[in-house]
Every structure is written in C-alpha cells, then in structure tokens.
Write a protein that binds this ligand. Structure first.
Ligand SMILES: [Zn+2]
Length: 505
C-alpha cells in the first residue's frame, strides 16, 4: 500500500473543521511535498516529522512523498497536524496498519526526539470533531483533561510517537485522561471586602444589571481598581454555551489551568497600560492568539489608568466594542474571535493624581481637560455609566459594619436581568445596554414628559447630547429593574443623570 489518510482538525478563529491528512508514496526522487495551503509552521512540520520518525526507531521511506491536507481551501495554522502527518506517512509506506485509527481524530505537535507536545486550541478542535460525528480522539497527554471536557467522546492521551506506534501496531495502551475531579476554583475577590464607597458600589451593581460599560473617575486610593475587580463576582455565572465559548478562547491562548474544567465564572482581564495593540486585540504568527478583549469575552475588561494607554491601543478597541468580535487581518486568512466584554475604564481626573482629589489638584485646567480627553470619542462615547468617585475618607476606611457580599448583590442583578430580558424579548434582546435609542423613544417604552423634564432641559441647553439622552434612559430602566418597578419614574431618571454625568456626589 502506498496511500493512507488520517483525520485531524484545523481551527479558523474559534471554529474547528475536520481535516484529512493524505499521504501518497511513489517511486522516484526521494523528497517531501506538502500541499493544501500550509503556513510556515507546516513546512517546518516536514523537518520535525522526519526527525521524530527516525528518532522513534521507525524507517523513513526513501520515496517521493506527497502530503495533502484537505479541504485545500481551508487555511491551516499551527503545529497540531504533526502527529497525523507522521502516522499517515508511516501508514502510506506500509510500516503501520492504520485500521485502528479509522474514524479517529489525531492531534499533536512533535518534538525532534519524537515526544508529543501539547498544542493550543484542543478544546474547540475536539468539540468540532464531536459535532462532526467523530467518537474517538487521540490528543497530547498534556491536553487530555481539557479534551475530556467535551461530552460523548472517548479521549486518549499520547506522550510520544513511539507510544502511538505501539498502540496502532500492537494494541498497547494509550494514556487515560485524569478521572479525579479538578480542585475547586479559588473564590475571587468579594464586595464584602470593600469599605464605604456607596456610589461606586451602586454604579457597579447598575453596570452588572444592565450590562453597561463603566468609567470610574477618581483620585488614587478611591477604590476604583478594587471595585472593578469585583464586577465579575456580581455577574451571573456563564451558561453552557458561554462557558464552552470562553473556555475555547482560553484554550486557543494556551491559558487553561491544568485539570480540565469549563470556565463558569465571567473572566476578568486587566492589561497593563503599556500593553501593545496585538496583546489587546490579538494576533501573532501561526494560530493567532486571542487578545485581552477576547479573553475577557462574556466577562470584564478593565483598563486601569486608562488615559495612559497608547492612542492606537485605545483606538483598536473601537471596532470590537461596537461589533462584539475582533477581526484580525493577516497576510493569509484572517481570524475572527468573539469579543463581547464589559468594559471598565478607571482613570485619575488629571495627571498629577493627587490622592486628596480635585481640591488639591495643581494641574492647569487645559491639562485636566486634555487628560480625560484622550478617552473621549471612540471610547467614552460608548460608556453609559461615568461615575466620579470622591476620595476615600478615613471614616469610611475605619468602618467596621459588615458590608454586603457579592452573593447578595448578584441576587438582585439576576432578578433585574430577568425583568429586562422578559421586557425586551419582542426586540430579540436581553440587556438594557443593548437597546437602540429609537426603540427607547418609541411607544410603549417612551417615558412620560413629566418624568423626563429635567433630561429634556439638559438636551435643550446643550449640556447633554442626543446620545447621552438615550444613555440616561437606558440607565433609568436598569435602576427601575433593580428596584422592582415596572417603569422608570422621575427619581430613577434623576439617579441615572447622576450616574451618567458624574454630578451630585
Ligand atoms: Zn491635577
């Protein structure tokens, strides 16, 4: 026999596609040709596979070898094809009877010595295989726990090409995925640890309930970061689909903790202000790495010291925030990753960052305006909630009364989200932050002239933009949902104005 084929999976974005690796060996000048749109890593695969085969004690066929990866039109990245290529080649040369691998997906990168190395993205690859009707997969031993998360699949691990050859030829055992339950995830930061900061806590709760982006502006020590870190703790846990999606993104980034479990808690990402554009939106050669905005998908992205981020980094967030996904353009075949994160911006009011707040600021007014001005336009424009936090007072810090825990606040958030989801079903939306302005201004949702009198006065005087008007209305709905009212009243609109404009602290 001089032909063999082995199943594998290629990733485009988070979507896996079955790939057939074909090997054909013909008489002629010895050499290897790989076809089927391979990237650089695949050309390197030729050298890795040859060394691994030889160093595993197998004979390298001295014939003309043609490797073909189908479908040819599918762009292929990364090194997960190595192992399938090696066994297809040994099958084609007649060294290995491939019957035991019929219908089995084989994934893994090969080291020159024939060891099988873990690869990124095993979870979405294996999930795609299961969806295509595959029942058995062989993955790197280091990825076996992760693959076993996908239900209905028989998963086996392999640590070397030698072991896989032993399995195929003589039925020797492969490595079973770990069966003991992974250790429970450590509890995250909790609101019970935050003293005082009534306004900040309220803003956080409203942001969580309505899905609103949030800007926290205040002097150092006002508790901005502490509050932002606790937003995930009051968001609902991820449902099955969201958990699979989030875990898949972390798998592609190579950031899954050992043990193999779905990520159920909304993720939290806080890139440093010196972060590069690719580290924020994603990129890199081979299998593109998701950036912070995609790793925060279905969770929270905090930009701490937001005005210190580079202009290109802030600009790069505009498209993902608008569309809920990142499109990475690359020389050959783009990648698209989901990026529906809730944004939190934290900023000092000015560059002098005086802990006593505005009273002690020594910055000229122009400097102050310019500092926060860096955030205006693309970013600040999309943020419903912009809160000015006062400096933390000593009395607040010394406060010993018990503070409400995240679990209590999360309960109100869930109830408010249910009220909103029920109301917006007809519009096909769930969160107040997602409702387009025109729908808010249309019957039956339009609020009465009496309840919005103050808001309209601000619009007429030019102190509030039309877009700002809609944002206040959205916040008012969330406040009503939290407080159990069917519609926002004048008081809800008033509180929304405070939260939107930062006035009245
Ligand atoms: Zn200042």
């Amino acid at each position: 026999m001089s032909y063999a084929r082995v199943l594998c999976v290629g990733l485009v974005g988070v979507t896996g596609h079955l790939v057939e690796v074909e090997a054909d060996l013909a008489p002629g000048l010895p050499g290897v040709v790989i076809s089927g749109l391979p990237d650089t890593a695949l050309h390197e695969a030729r050298d890795r596979v040859r060394a691994a085969v030889v160093n595993s004690g197998q004979r390298w066929p001295n014939r003309r070898i043609t490797l073909n990866l189908l479908p040819a039109t599918l762009p292929k990245f990364g090194s997960a094809f190595d192992l399938a290529i090696a066994v297809a080649l040994l099958g084609g040369s007649g060294e290995l009877p491939l019957l035991p691998l019929e219908g089995v997906v084989v994934l893994g990168e090969l080291g020159l010595d024939g060891t099988v190395r873990p690869v990124r993205g095993v979870l979405p690859m294996v999930a795609a295989a299961a969806q295509a009707g595959v029942e058995r997969v062989i993955v790197p031993a280091g990825n076996a726990a992760e693959a076993a998360v996908v239900p209905g699949l028989r998963v086996r691990g392999v640590d070397s090409l030698h072991r896989l050859v032993g399995f195929v030829r003589d039925g020797e055992p492969l490595i079973e995925p770990p069966t003991d339950a992974p250790p429970p995830a450590a509890p995250g930061p909790d609101l019970a640890e935050v003293a005082g900061q009534g306004l900040g806590r309220r803003a956080l709760e409203v942001a969580a309930a309505g899905g609103h982006h949030l800007a926290l502006i205040g002097p150092p020590g006002a508790g901005k970061t502490m509050l932002a870190e606790r937003l995930p703790s009051i968001l609902p846990a991820l449902d099955d689909d969201a958990a699979l999606e989030v875990t898949a993104l972390h798998s592609i980034a190579g950031l899954l903790p050992a043990g193999g479990r779905l990520i159920r808690r909304p993720p939290f990402q806080a890139p440093h202000h010196t972060a590069t554009v690719p580290s924020i939106v994603g990129g890199g050669s081979g299998l593109a790495r998701p950036g912070a905005i995609s790793l925060a998908h279905r969770g929270v992205l905090l930009l701490d010291e937001a005005p210190e981020f580079s202009k290109p980094a802030l600009e790069a967030l505009r498209q993902p925030l608008e569309h809920g996904r990142v499109v990475l353009t690359r020389s050959r075949g783009g990648a698209e990753y989901p990026a529906r994160a809730q944004l939190v911006l934290a900023a000092n009011p000015c560059p002098c960052a005086n802990p006593a707040g505005d009273d002690r600021c020594e910055c000229p007014p122009l400097t102050r305006r310019r500092y926060l001005g860096r955030l205006s336009g693309p970013l600040l424009d999309r943020i419903d909630l912009q809160v000015r936090l006062p400096p933390m007072r000593a009395a607040e810090l010394m406060e010993t009364a018990a503070h409400e825990s995240s679990a209590v606040v999360a309960g109100r958030v869930v109830a408010a989200r249910q009220a909103a989801a029920g109301r917006w079903t007809a519009l096909g939306r769930r969160l107040n932050a997602e409702i387009p302005g025109p729908d808010l201004r249309r019957s039956p949702w339009r609020l009465s002239a009496r309840d919005t009198a103050d808001l309209r006065a601000r619009l007429d005087s030019g102190s509030l933009s039309a877009r700002g008007f809609d944002r206040v209305i959205r916040l008012a709905w969330t406040i009503a949902d939290l407080d159990g009212r069917a519609r926002p009243d004048k008081g809800d609109v008033g509180e929304a104005i405070t939260l939107r404009t930062g006035e009245g602290t």
